[in-house]
Design a protein around this ligand. Structure first.
Ligand code: COA
Length: 299
């Protein structure tokens, strides 16, 4: 596959024309990349983050780069009142909201026994509580207005395997996945779809450098243990997000789509570490282990 395929758009121009999508944590990182893609496809965008000046700067830049319309508002997703105020502003500005992306998250690597109770709370509050605050506020509005909508939550591959050293995040993301699946069933009758994306490593300036500081990245070389031998590119995730939010995926709900270059399956496979065996070593091993035709009993 060429690099172009990873940077181009997959969806038709104008896919989100006349539609509005709200992305939490849309001021930076993957949230920003997804927002840019939706703007390029003709959508209106609402982004929020805890720091107003960050989302406002991003909104101005994205408007300039894409010619689209962006509303930026400071909002701490942990606070339901701020979430409701954000949704109100989105309706005032654009008259409608068609999609919600629960992207805002918090995470840090730490041995669990070193965490304070508050450290655990902070991550769970942002990731799980933040997601259900936004999901509930948006869902109530859509149900009351009898309008359909699509929600997408960014979870992670360790939502189903668990992972050491990021335990508050693992617990919270598992909750997000179950919220997605539960409400996909309960709210299907209202025309509301809920899906998740489970990304593997997609480097960003903020979160990724905190989760994989250079000292550790040198030691673990995470990209080497990914079957596809590279990190994800933001546009690859944006394309998937756009697809799941768009009407093209109108029959997809309650799904979690993994985009990790095969990382989590490789970790689960009992014999995956045999990758380090060289072709010469295989020759030697097979010379000893593989039965010769002449050794087999004749029929
Ligand atoms: N290791 C252990 N404990 C930590 C920690 C770390 N790396 N970072 C923070 N904590 C603890 C603090 O000590 C504090 O606990 P205490 O009050 O008992 O001392 C608690 O966590 C809250 O820390 P604080 O800095 O006040 O929280 P915050 O709300 O300002 O920020 C995050 C918490 C996670 C949101 C912050 O680290 C952050 O902004 N991260 C960047 C965004 C991010 O991680 N995105 C990830 C996407 S996956």
């Amino acid at each position: 596959m060429s690099t172009a395929a990873r940077t181009d758009s997959m969806l038709k121009e104008g896919t989100f024309e006349g539609k509005t999508v709200l992305i939490t944590g849309g001021g930076t990182g993957l949230g920003r990349s997804m927002g840019r893609y939706l703007l390029e496809l003709g959508g209106n965008l609402v982004i929020c983050g805890r720091r107003g000046e960050v989302v406002e700067k991003t909104a101005a830049e994205l408007e300039q780069e894409t010619g689209g319309h962006v509303l930026a508002q400071a909002c701490d997703v942990r606070d339901p009142q701020q979430v409701e105020a954000l949704i109100e502003s989105a309706y005032e500005r654009f008259g409608r909201v068609d999609g919600l992306v629960n992207n805002a998250a918090g995470n840090f690597i730490c041995p669990t026994e070193r965490l304070s109770y508050n450290a655990f709370n902070v991550v769970v509050d942002i990731v799980l509580k933040g997601t259900y605050n936004c999901t509930l506020a948006m869902g109530k509005r859509w149900i009351a207005d009898q309008t359909p909508g699509a929600m997408l939550s960014i979870t992670t591959t360790y939502a189903w395997t668990g992972s050491g050293y990021v335990v508050p995040s693992a617990v919270a993301k598992a909750g997000v996945l179950i919220l997605t699946r539960s409400l996909a069933v309960e709210w299907g009758k209202y025309g509301i779809r809920l899906n998740s994306i489970a990304p593997g490593p997609f480097p960003t300036e903020g979160a990724w450098s905190r989760l994989m500081p250079p000292q550790l990245a040198d030691q673990f070389a995470p990209e080497k243990r990914i079957p596809l031998k590279r990190f994800g590119e933001h546009q690859e995730l944006s394309i998937l997000a756009g697809d799941l939010l768009a009407d093209y995926a109108a029959y997809v709900t309650g799904e979690v789509v993994t985009i990790d270059g095969g990382e989590w399956l490789r970790g689960a496979g009992e014999f995956s570490d045999l990758e380090v065996v060289t072709p010469e070593q295989w020759d030697q091993l097979q010379a000893v282990m593989k039965p010769k035709k002449s050794d087999k009993p004749q029929a």
